[in-house]
Design a protein around this ligand. Structure first.
Ligand SMILES: Nc1nc2c(c(=O)[nH]1)N[C@H]1C(S)=C(S)[C@@H](COP(=O)(O)OP(=O)(O)OC[C@H]3O[C@@H](n4cnc5c(N)ncnc54)[C@H](O)[C@@H]3O)O[C@H]1N2
Ligand code: MOO
Length: 389
């Protein structure tokens, strides 16, 4: 059996970055920027007032000075003239500072009567002027690749970028397998349960910027599975859930082999998630996840998310954090173990029952505590690694 690290490497070898597309800025949030974007203007494009007040010459700023107001500059409407000695221009936040002025006295420090102002309080040294280009200059770059956050979107907008080059969303076809499954909302028969994995995985992959095609549940027959796999064609990645183990009704391995899959590996030294398989099927990367609900979700985090990152042109990574054990742990077996756990204030506690069918415990967890293979028993207070959920 191969290690988690080896499996991840083989999985990443199955995918290459998808092509790019142009999307309107308003639809670019959470997409992956595919090329550097350069500012096409300076911001602000002119020296601008940062306060409401009066623009004048700094040399004339002193308590009791009296100046004549000769005009007004508002945001979007500059004052076209020149500010001379003894003169001031009424100015508002965001307005271009008129020629001749190099200081803005805030209106709270001024008393106005008609066209005359008197500086009542000594203004500080701050000029209240933002120089042209203070925020960014023409040519300043937003570098790719990056997932566009609302903060990046605001900057792209300010740089006057109405259309943004992003990676197309990788298409993931998701197939649940099993006679026991019905869709949420359907009436399950007495021996049936509700398909949960595909919905959890769909949410996970969509959060990672994939376009997910949820295909009909494949029944435990070769024909049904082959039909579902056929419906997957055209996807960048096909993910099956269940039917990966050794039981008589676990058909994914057989059926994909029959369809010509070049298998990359089967089985990983990991818990949960041992019966994981992967390969290349009809030009698509194919991952067969184990059916146990927690196994499928954990494998989604550990293996499929890095594949999506690579498809999106990002550097694939699984970022472990460190925490202190709040309760002791018994020795680990030979498989790398991902334990559902809660982290609070740097203290981590694994749940007592780690059965891979227990979604209710997964939903309470906010971390997967990682135990390396053959890790010895650990006392409270030891440092461990975990993945935040
Ligand atoms: N003799 C052995 N039996 C099993 C082994 C083994 O090594 N030898 N491995 C166990 C491990 S570990 C896992 S994990 C499971 C994986 O089995 P499959 O991938 O074949 O999954 P299924 O048998 O189809 O289902 C397992 C379990 O999960 C439920 N399931 C499946 N799909 C869904 C879904 N979409 N939503 C909700 N629940 C789902 C299914 O009903 C089963 O209860 O094999 C062990 N057995
Ligand atoms: O790997 Mo199974 O995923 O241990 O439950």
């Amino acid at each position: 059996m191969i290690t988690v690290e080896e499996a991840r490497k083989l999985l990443l070898d199955l995918v290459t970055p998808v092509d790019t597309e142009q999307v309107p800025l308003a639809l670019a949030a959470r997409r992956v920027l595919a090329a550097d974007v350069a500012a096409t203007r300076d911001q602000p494009p002119f020296a601008a007032s940062s306060m409401d007040g009066y623009a004048l010459k700094s040399a004339e700023v002193e308590r009791h000075a009296m100046l004549k107001v000769i005009g007004e500059a508002a945001a979007g409407h500059r004052y076209g003239g020149q500010v001379g000695a003894g003169q001031a221009v009424r100015i508002f936040t965001g307005a271009p500072v008129p020629d001749g002025a190099d200081f803005v006295v805030i209106q709270e420090d001024v008393e106005r009567k008609g066209d005359l102002i008197t500086i009542r309080n000594q203004p500080g040294d701050k000029s209240n002027i933002r120089p042209a280009g203070a925020d960014f200059r023409v040519g300043q770059i937003i570098s790719s690749p990056r997932i566009l956050r609302p903060e990046d979107i605001a900057l792209l907008a300010a740089m006057n970028t109405p259309v943004v080059p992003v990676r197309r969303k990788p298409v993931v076809a998701l197939i649940s397998t099993g006679d026991e499954l019905v869709m949420p909302g359907e009436e399950p028969g007495p021996d049936q349960i509700i398909a949960s994995n595909t919905f959890g995985l769909k949410a996970m992959f969509e959060e990672a910027c994939a376009h997910v095609r949820l295909l009909p549940i494949a029944r435990d027959t070769r024909g049904s599975l082959a039909t579902a796999l056929d419906l997957a064609s055209g996807a960048d990645l096909v993910v099956t859930v269940g039917g990966a183990s050794v039981g008589d009704h676990d058909l994914v391995g057989d059926v994909t082999s029959g369809l010509g899959m070049e298998r990359a590996f089967y089985k990983v030294r990991m818990r949960p998630g041992k019966p994981l398989m992967a390969g290349r099927l009809n030009g698509m990367a194919m991952v067969g996840l184990p059916g146990n609900p927690v196994s499928a979700m954990v494998c989604g985090h550990i293996f499929v998310l890095p594949m999506l990152q690579k498809l999106l042109g990002l550097n694939p990574q699984v970022n472990f954090h460190r925490a202190t054990l709040a309760a002791s742990l018994s020795a680990n077996g030979p498989r790398e173990h991902y334990m559902r756990a809660t982290v609070e204030n740097g203290q981590i506690t694994a749940f007592g029952d780690q059965d891979s069918s227990l979604l209710s415990i997964l939903a309470q967890a906010n971390a997967l505590l990682m135990r390396p293979p053959d890790d010895p028993a650990l006392a409270e207070g030891n440092q461990v690694l975990y993945l935040p959920l």
